[in-house]
Design a protein around this ligand. Sequence first.
Ligand code: NAP
Length: 253
Amino acid sequence: MFKKLIIVTIFISIFSFKELYANSVLVTGANRGLGLELTKQYLNDGWDVIATSRTPNDDIELFNLKNKYSSLRIEKLDVTDHGNIKNLVKILSGVPIDIIINNAGILGDPSKQQLGNLDFNNANNIFQTNTFAPLMIAEAFIDNIKLGNLKKIINISSIVGSIELTTGNIYFYRASKTALNMLMKNLSLHLKNQGIIIGLIHPGVVDTDMTARFNIKKVPVNESVKGIREVIKNYTMKESGSFFDYKGNSLPW
Ligand SMILES: NC(=O)c1ccc[n+]([C@@H]2O[C@H](COP(=O)([O-])OP(=O)(O)OC[C@H]3O[C@@H](n4cnc5c(N)ncnc54)[C@H](OP(=O)(O)O)[C@@H]3O)[C@@H](O)[C@H]2O)c1
């Protein structure tokens, strides 16, 4: 009888702990665009959010959110700065993170990514930010992910990185996302037996600063992020390393 009581008590404690446990997400480039909207929506759903940005002292919108949500933590992170990454690893030592979203990215100047005017300094910056930084961050915060329950590393990629679907131009930005896809596919194979899920998501052509110069039809940022979050939720180990759009459609490499 006593043994039964102990088992029931343990079961109830585990259940209550799970109910009380707030999921946590770390977002890079959280001060505007998709990153800010991801931050807002996760906070609104009761998540703990670590919003990172390279200019945390100037991020009025994040400060305003901080006044409303004690579950928001704002941290400095220029994703291309090794010192910044090391510092944040120290600050977050022992903190479980359920999901990391590698969102920070740059398009670069499209006019410098065309044959006849290719600027390789520009290319370097694009690859550092869009391709290498996400892998560096995945590697740096792997212990935090192992401590989390959901164990997902999600990357905001782009359909323009699809070789099969390419229509030309913006050479470097496209290639930076193609290479990101390859790195993350590799990582997914490496981490499969550790229960860590890797995601690659195209957010749609979204109405953010990045697309401001293009006069094309755009998806509202809140709609894109709603979709992205649903896709993130649906990633299981079976889909790890696969490439989807924000509606959950599979995309060709
Ligand atoms: N918008 C689209 O249609 C679209 C389509 C496909 C993929 N994407 C991808 O979606 C992601 C978010 O883009 P977005 O549309 O939200 O663009 P955005 O409005 O231009 O925002 C980009 C974000 O990335 C941050 N960032 C850039 N370089 C950084 C660095 N070195 N360290 C830290 N943060 C950095 C920016 O911070 P600062 O304010 O400091 O510059 C900003 O917060 C990007 O990876 C982009 O490639 C966007």
